[in-house]
Design a protein around this ligand. Structure first.
Ligand code: PMP
Length: 379
């Protein structure tokens, strides 16, 4: 089987999986305990924070470990909104954000906040001018993702961040970085980003662990009250095995970023060239999209049937994002991009990883041609 669903989750590096088992078995002390076992765990936690901060190019005290990006996004949006409600009650985000952002914003709206949900263009992009035009005196937060998990659309987050720091320096800027880290460069130090979330399992690390970068000087209202771990932001005994393993995955993701990006773009190019030869197929991902995601539709063809046929041939792909693939409605991301209901209901997402090679792409294309022929014959 060849796994082409990296945007949903990634196969963990062997070394990372080994680290989880080793740390779990040996270093079970609670980092808050005063004895040696506790101190050892506290040291591992410190080291993991240093390694993670170095991978992101930020300071260790700016890293808050979380239970994944859903938590990071909730922590950022609601944490800012609760802390700064006195400044105003207006948020800005985009129509194609991940549900963990959009649903958090919706919750804020149900608590009396106002939200501007920016529409996207045909490529799924928002522009700096759109964000600037939506700013109000009572705007507290802007949240725009780096790379869309369904289509691979790259948002101009560095430009948005710089614009905000120039024209509205008090407005905070949150970026969901889940699909971008280790794929495309992004400088947190000079892009005006205040909050940035990641999930380990999208980077070949374990599930159930992530982080939120909180720019130094920024104070959020914590969502979890308790023992005050993670600088008071995330009470609860720290998950040392996963955090240590995550820091390893982050280091590997950062170190190999350029080579990975080049390789993935080469594979993506091969894939899109092959897809262009298939009639009736439309590619939904923008030409200038992320290196690892290609989304296409066969209007009129049942995407799920195609997915299972490809599975029979030995390939795991996905119909859209993992969080919404079990829903039968058309993709809200594609609808927001102005695609027809038919296109938005018949999508297949191929997401690549650094373990893939040219022959894997060729094999997938051959299986796709075969499966489409079979499905067309059934129509
Ligand atoms: N944001 C994006 C862009 C994602 O792709 C995902 C994972 N689908 C998340 C946030 C949430 O990550 P997790 O499920 O690990 O909490």
């Amino acid at each position: 089987m060849i796994y082409f669903d990296h945007a949903a989750t990634t196969p963990p590096y062997e070394d990372v999986a080994k680290t989880v088992a080793e740390v779990m078995a040996r270093h079970y002390g609670n980092p808050s305990s005063l004895h040696r076992l506790g101190e050892e765990s506290a040291k591992l936690l410190d080291k993991a924070r240093e390694v993670s901060a170095a991978a992101l190019g930020v300071r260790p005290r700016e890293i808050v470990f979380t239970g994944g990006a859903t938590e990071s996004n909730n922590m950022a949006i609601k944490g800012v909104a609760l802390q700064f409600a006195g400044r105003g009650k207006h948020l800005i985000t985009a129509a194609t954000e991940h549900p963990s952002v959009l649903e958090s914003v919706k919750q804020m709206v149900s608590w009396g906040w106002e939200a501007t949900i920016l529409p996207v263009d045909g490529d799924g992009c928002v522009t700096v001018d759109q964000v600037r035009a939506a700013l109000r005196p009572d705007t507290v937060l802007v949240s725009v993702m780096h790379i869309n998990n369904e289509t691979g659309t790259v948002q101009p987050v560095e430009e948005i961040g710089r614009m905000l720091k120039t024209v509205a320096p008090r407005v905070m800027f949150h970026v969901d970085g889940v699909q971008g880290f280790g794929k495309l460069p992004l400088s947190l130090a000079d892009s005006g980003i205040d909050l940035y979330g990641l999930s380990a399992h999208k980077l070949r690390g374990p599930k159930g662990v992530g982080l939120l970068y909180v720019r130094e000087g920024l104070q959020l209202a914590p969502l979890l009250a308790g023992g005050g771990q993670e600088g008071g932001y995330r009470s609860g005994t720290e998950n040392i095995p996963y955090i240590v393993a995550f820091s390893k995955a982050l280091r590997l993701a950062a170190e190999g970023r350029e080579a990975r990006s080049t390789k993935l773009y080469r594979l993506r190019e091969r894939l899109t060239r092959g897809l262009a030869e298939l009639t009736e197929l439309t590619v939904n991902s923008p030409a200038q999209g992320a290196p690892h995601i290609v989304h296409f539709s066969y209007p009129g063809m049942k995407a799920e049937a195609l997915l299972h046929m490809l599975e029979e041939e030995g390939f795991f792909v996905s119909t859209r994002s993992a969080c919404s693939s079990k829903r039968s409605e058309p993709s809200r991301v594609l609808l927001a991009m102005g695609k027809s209901k038919e296109v938005a209901s018949s999508g297949i997402r191929i997401s690549l990883g650094d373990e893939h090679e040219e022959q894997d792409i060729d094999a997938l294309l051959a299986a796709l041609r075969q499966s489409v022929k079979r499905l067309q014959a059934l129509r």
